[in-house]
Design a protein around this ligand. Structure first.
Ligand code: SF4
Ligand code: SF4
Ligand code: SF4
Ligand code: SF4
Length: 501
């Protein structure tokens, strides 16, 4: 009676957990938000997508991936033989145990009356296979210490639950004929561990047993013509498909930055876990957010992680969407003005004009906020002059040339950014020649706070046309660096003030 109740309890928790997870795949969004892709649209598109694959030539691809990558895990074998052996031992052993043991009353004993032997060698062999797999996993993590193979709490729980299930199961089989008392103790432990594992499955790494094959299959049949609703759903589902194998982190081209800065979110395998929380609107804290933002901003879109991921997760698109999610939801820190801007420009057609512009204007707003800006037509006061600023602004030899400017306005005349606006001063605050003169006067706020500085394309036209040899573009570059440092200091100060409050 107690056992039956425990079984039903575990099944209920398992069912609710699974339902909750699957509902999340259709509820949450990552990246550019499209209000037309409601939950019902996404569910309908998923059903239609599945049916259209089943009744099309893509079914052959699906079967091929199912056999090669899901059943025989060929993608793993090509990368690392030891890992493949480990995975196959656990996978094959557990599959056998599930059908021949956990479901024996439903499947096997109904087919073979005399199946239940006094001492079942099949169970011992499959149990030992899983145990050998777990031993290899522990060896890799704790003895071999594969570089960047991080072990989080979830990995440890899964290994412990599996080990308890297996060891108690083997002990049960071995004591079956010799001691009923011991057999019963091991049976209780075994049963309880199985129930804990079953209830915990949807919330743990165990879930990848379902989600990794789903991710592999979905990525094999989806392409650029797939319904955008299905792309959204797949991307959220992929967050649950990660096995935390850390393959991606071993090959990440910016992984070294994680060792130096000490931010584990730079590693893709660690970032994905935080991202999962962030996408589901769970609280990750100011520090967690800063770490996540730093991680996704330093990513170079090199794609090395995507090609190596054994779960078939399209990590390149995931990182792009993660950055877009952060940009659309929060005020962008100066860090967003990274090589990502270029990649984002390439994806411009996928967003509305407002979605594209908003984060960039937020970034400019954040960067110029610490400085007092002048409105059009206002007489710029010449004082107080900041001679200290003049000294610090001259970071390299070339930038001292601002002193040679005689305000001929050539730089502003040739500037394509200035030429782009009907009323440039309204849009840009100050024109290039005015920034150079502000620097000459030591007007820090004017030089660092002008939007022109942030709209500059670094085309070098101004510098090439300056009759006085003023290194206009180089000066702008250094002013921008100074402004970023000041903006960061000011946001850090605001942060500590609000924390103190
Ligand atoms: S795309 Fe980004 S996360 Fe992936 S390997 Fe390259 S730098 Fe690392
Ligand atoms: S994202 Fe892929 S490669 Fe990286 S840890 Fe997860 S499953 Fe492994
Ligand atoms: S072109 Fe040179 S000299 Fe003329 S305003 Fe610009 S910086 Fe000054
Ligand atoms: S480098 Fe910047 S300021 Fe100079 S011409 Fe080009 S866009 Fe204008």
């Amino acid at each position: 009676m107690v056992y039956t109740m425990l079984l039903y309890l575990a099944l209920v928790v398992f069912g609710i957990g699974l339902l909750f997870k699957v509902a999340g795949w259709f509820r949450f969004n990552i990246g550019i938000y499209d209000p037309s892709l409601t939950v019902s649209v996404r569910i309908r598109a998923a059903i239609q997508g599945i049916l259209s694959v089943i009744f099309s030539p893509k079914l052959a691809t699906l079967i091929k991936v199912l056999v090669a990558d899901v059943l025989f895990q060929n993608h793993l074998r090509r990368q690392d033989t030891l890992r493949w052996v480990m995975h196959m031992l656990i996978f094959a052993g557990f599959t056998f145990l599930f059908f021949m043991h956990a479901l024996d009353k439903i499947i096997i004993t109904s087919l073979f009356e005399k199946y239940y032997l006094a001492l079942n060698p099949f169970l011992l062999v499959s149990g030992s296979m899983v145990l050998a797999g777990i031993a290899i996993a522990a060896y890799r993590r704790f003895i071999l210490k594969v570089p960047r193979l991080k072990t989080n709490a979830m990995d440890a729980y899964v290994l412990i639950i599996l080990a308890v299930i297996l060891i108690s199961g083997i002990a049960m089989e071995l004591t079956k004929l010799s001691s009923y008392e011991h057999y019963q103790i091991f049976w209780d432990i075994h049963f309880l561990a199985c129930m804990v594992g079953l209830a915990y499955l949807p919330f743990s790494k165990f879930l990848h047993v379902f989600t990794t094959p789903l991710s592999l299959l979905a990525n094999a049949v989806m392409d650029a013509n797939s319904h955008p609703a299905n792309v959204k759903t797949r991307q959220i589902m992929e967050l649950d498909a990660c096995l935390h194998c850390t393959n991606c982190s071993k090959r990440c081209s910016v992984a070294a930055a994680s060792d130096i800065i000490g931010n584990s979110n730079i590693l893709p395998s660690e970032r994905i876990a935080v991202l999962k929380e962030y996408v589901a609107y769970k609280e990750i804290g100011a520090r967690g957010f800063a770490a996540l933002q730093e991680g996704i901003s330093l990513c170079t879109n090199c794609d090395r992680c995507t090609v190596i991921c054994p779960a078939g997760i399209n990590l390149r698109d995931l990182w792009f969407n993660a950055r877009e999610e952060v940009l659309q939801r929060e005020h962008a820190a100066p860090l967003v003005l990274t090589p990502f801007s270029f990649y984002r420009g390439l994806k411009r057609q996928e967003m509305t004009s407002d979605q594209y512009k908003q984060p960039l204007s937020n970034a400019v707003k954040d960067l110029t906020a610490p400085f007092e800006r002048f409105s059009t037509g206002e007489v710029v006061p010449l004082g107080p002059q900041n001679s200290e600023f003049k000294k610090t602004a001259v970071l390299s030899g070339g930038t001292v040339t601002y002193a040679y400017c005689f305000t001929c306005e050539n730089c502003s005349t040739v500037c394509p950014v200035v030429g782009n606006y009907e009323a440039p001063q309204q849009a840009l605050d100050l024109l290039p020649h005015q920034i150079i003169r502000s620097l000459g006067f030591g007007l820090k706020d004017a030089a660092l706070g002008a939007r022109m500085l942030w709209y500059c394309l670094t085309c070098y036209q101004c510098q090439e046309h300056c009759p006085q040899g003023v290194k206009v573009t180089d000066i702008f570059y250094e002013l921008k660096n100074l402004a970023v440092v000041e903006a960061n200091q000011s946001s850090a100060q605001n942060g500590s003030e609000s924390a103190a409050r």
